[in-house]
Design a protein around this ligand. Sequence first.
Ligand code: ATP
Length: 313
Amino acid sequence: MIAFERVTKRFGSWTAVNDVSLTVGEGEFLVLIGSSGSGKSTLLRMMNRLIVPESGSIRVEGTDIAALRPEELRRRMGYVIQSVGLFPHWTVERNIATVPVLLGWPKARVRDRVTELLELLNLDPRRFRSAYPHQLSGGQQQRVGVARALAAEPRVLLMDEPFSALDPITRGALQGELAAIHRDTGTTVVFVTHDMDEALTLADRIAVMDHGRLVQTATPLEILTHPAGDVVRDLVGREDWGLKRLSVETVGQRARPEPTIPGAPFPSAAPLHRALSEMVARGTDRLPVMDEGGRPAGVLHLADLVRGPATSP
Ligand SMILES: Nc1ncnc2c1ncn2[C@@H]1O[C@H](COP(=O)(O)OP(=O)(O)OP(=O)(O)O)[C@@H](O)[C@H]1O
């Protein structure tokens, strides 16, 4: 879907991105992570030609983007940034409709799409359609920003620290909404963050950057169990490594196929660290598990949380 081959970008004598090769698969959720100044945003902005590399090639769906007009490329890619960047004198509806209007969609189709997106992002269309950005909370503005980026059904969504200015509750809610949108639409997502918990929650694969170089690209579980070096180890953090380890596997992956037991059933899709918290809260060492259809799906034992692949902080 997106292929970087030996891409380098310099600003004067500073090499912001250094000889990076990276492939993002169709429908993949790739998270770029690294310390401040490591080159994440520069790498992301090269995907929609906001920044042009010195050398190397970037192909999107097989086409070298150097051969495409930037506007054409950007209309095919949604882009969400931390500061949202909504047009202040436009209503929510007009903000979301920006690209569909540019593309000449009929009015009724634009209106239906805005309604659909507001509902998808949990914003009541009756209340928010005609509101102006300054009348919205930060979380609501960010939801509108995501809706706007999705408006013309882009195949790629580029997101640069989109939720980092939000409080933890709103941030968690938006992460959940984004994960659902990704699952339901199959949109390819490239997401920049410096928060490892956010990366572990959202990513199919995590690409770790350090001083302009790509130091590891791997699944969340591999990043945790086989970090490529101290840079990755430090990003993961050594203190609550065990809880992070539990956050990348689901209850369903560890539950035993046993007849269910009394008690409120716990969802099999939930991460294991939530099950641990639930056991502590309930004062129990076993939880009945249910699948997405509400059917019994075995029992999770406390002992199941400490078995599994070898660990490596
Ligand atoms: N337009 C520019 N002119 C000069 N230097 C730049 C420019 N843009 C980025 N840089 C430099 O390139 C390096 C990488 O910047 P980039 O924004 O990609 O980092 P980042 O990993 O996204 O950082 P952060 O997490 O702080 O946003 C930094 O040292 C930055 O100062």
